[in-house]
Write a protein that binds this ligand. Structure first.
Ligand code: R5P
Length: 296
């Protein structure tokens, strides 16, 4: 039986948390937060959660270390205040791109994060479009990865796109592009991308596609510096695409990434509220709510 009663509004995801509580008909519990003069984080849960089934909603986008500490503080405190069950809703799971040792001696950072979350006593974790599903296997608690593609698809289905064609900026993102294309009844393809592990430089090659006078959507899980997507957008522009839309689940958009992508030829950059940003106009609240309703 579905009986989640309280949604804790982590400081990184207040709006998303409120929307989620509304979708679920649960009570939103505000969190008081501040930074001490030396930079340490303070959180205080302002409602009574003893004996309640609680979802802690806190994404861990930049500043990810601060957001991570707040997440751990909230989970640990909720457990300490006797929540009967604790679900960590972490739409953007920081460090998920460092899921293996690419060069000798490197930290497998996401493994450390997984251990810390588990140590708080959270009973399960829900994330969205995690960089790779393999991360879920690192958890001993139940870990679920949801897709934002239905929500992104709903957004694009309301636009009047001309013969839309969905692109993944690299092969790793192909499944997402395929899923989104499925919602839109569109074609899909991917670019070939190579990243230099030391310099971070990205090279992208187009593949065989006919995009002239068609609308294109490039979709990725994360836009960080924007280089991956900008490369894809500029190839599409050279190939004569009509309008180029860029969508992602996690719009980190660091240091002028959005401007870089627009300069490369994109008409619009759109993202979800997994990360709070000025392009986060698509909410994943209903996707998370639907999942929690089905599984709790
Ligand atoms: C990596 O494989 C991810 O899926 C994204 O493509 C990548 O994180 C985007 O990074 P940036 O925006 O810096 O190119």
């Amino acid at each position: 039986m579905f009986d989640l009663t309280k949604v804790l509004l982590g400081p990184a995801s207040v709006e998303l948390g409120r929307n989620l509580a509304e979708c679920l008909g649960g009570e939103a519990v505000p969190v008081e937060t501040k930074s001490f003069p030396d930079g340490e984080s303070y959180v205080r849960i302002t409602g009574d959660i003893a004996g309640e089934k609680v979802a802690v909603v806190q994404s861990t986008y930049p500043p990810q270390d601060r957001h991570l500490v707040q997440l751990l503080q909230l989970l640990d405190t909720a457990r300490d205040l006797n929540a009967s069950e604790l679900i960590a809703v972490v739409p953007y799971l920081a460090y998920s791109r460092q899921d293996k040792r690419f060069r000798p001696g490197e930290a497998v950072s996401v493994r450390t994060i997984v251990k810390l979350i588990e140590a708080t006593g959270a009973g399960s974790l829900v994330t969205v479009d995690v960089h790779t599903d393999k991360i879920l296997d690192l958890f001993r608690i139940k870990a679920h990865n949801l897709s934002a593609m239905a929500a992104i698809g709903e957004y694009f289905s309301k636009l009047k796109l001309l013969k839309p064609y969905v692109f993944a900026p690299d092969e790793g993102a192909l499944e997402r592009a395929k899923t989104l294309a499925g919602y839109l009844g569109a074609d899909y393809s991917f670019f070939q991308k190579q990243r230099d592990r030391e310099t971070g430089m990205i090279r992208t090659k187009g593949r065989d596609f006919e995009i002239k006078d068609r609308d294109a959507i490039v979709v990725d899980d994360i836009i960080s510096t924007g280089s991956t997507i900008a490369n894809a957008a500029s190839i599409l522009r050279e190939e004569g695409a009509r309008d180029i839309y860029v969508a992602c689940t996690h719009p980190l958009l660091l240091g002028g990434a959005k401007e870089k992508i627009i300069a490369a030829g994109a008409k619009e950059v759109i993202g979800t509220d997994c990360v709070a940003s000025d392009v986060s106009r698509i909410s994943v609240a209903s996707v998370i709510a639907e999942f929690l309703r089905k599984t709790l």
